[in-house]
Design a protein around this ligand. Structure first.
Ligand code: SF4
Length: 237
């Protein structure tokens, strides 16, 4: 056996090292969570919808409540107001009645009708694709815009919510806490086509395993390289 063959053999048998850089940890996280939570961004999204307009309505309603709660009210909302034109002309009292159980229903109704009016007045009744246009609509921030782009349009978009922010810090992908800065840092590490599904997988993992107060590191597939394994919830937010 030549010296080169011996070295190559030893390398082949050596255990994989821990990823040491944020980019390496992001790559490993991407692969392991794709295995844990398979599917496309559209398949991973729990908000029921059949087009970008419906997802926009559902995402506005999802603030401060659960996806399940939103899914209980959207069938009636979409049946009564199937298009932006219908919702733009809606009686606010009627919309409030339909969405009441999602909480903050007066503000959400204002956002829904304002968003629909914005679509009619400035975008021909269609949901625009550019994030710069989406965020001009009432009730639509960067997080919501990225949900619409990645889930309903198949465009790059990495929504950063509380779970994505928390896990990104715990996993040592970023030290930033501002959602827009976190989004930009993650965008540099995650391929454009996988940004939406990456975000949704982090959200699922945050809900099921990496809880804010009591992370279950002992059952986490990321524990072998997570810098916060065993200390998150105490030392790390
Ligand atoms: S090892 Fe613990 S802190 Fe790290 S991602 Fe998993 S559950 Fe969260």
């Amino acid at each position: 056996m030549t010296r080169l063959q011996a070295v190559l053999g030893a390398l082949a048998c050596a255990p994989m090292g821990k990823p040491r850089s944020p980019k390496g940890r992001a790559r490993e996280t991407l692969a392991l969570l794709a295995n844990e939570y398979p599917g496309t961004a559209a398949e991973l999204c729990a908000l029921r919808h059949s087009n970008p307009f419906e997802l926009l309505c559902a995402t506005i309603l999802s603030a401060q409540t659960t996806d399940e709660r939103v899914n209980l009210v959207t069938p009636a909302l979409f049946a009564r107001y199937p298009t932006a034109a219908d919702l733009a002309a809606a009686d606010p009292a009627d919309v409030e009645t339909i969405v009441q159980s999602t909480g903050f229903y007066r503000n959400k109704t204002k956002s829904l009708i304002g968003m629909a009016k914005g679509l009619i007045e400035r975008f021909g009744g269609e949901v625009p694709t550019p994030i710069e246009d989406l965020v001009t609509l009432p009730g639509v921030g960067r997080k919501t815009a990225n949900v619409i782009r990645s889930v309903a349009m198949g465009e790059p978009g990495l929504p950063v919510d509380t779970h994505v922010g928390r896990l990104s810090v715990r996993l040592g992908l970023t030290t930033e806490t501002d959602p827009v800065k976190v989004e930009h840092e993650l965008n540099d590490m995650v391929p454009a086509a996988e940004r939406g599904s990456f975000s949704l997988r982090l959200i699922l993992h945050g809900r099921r395993v990496c809880d804010a107060r009591r992370p279950r590191c002992h059952e986490c597939v990321l524990a072998s390289f997570c810098p916060s394994a065993g200390i998150a919830g105490r030392a790390v937010r």
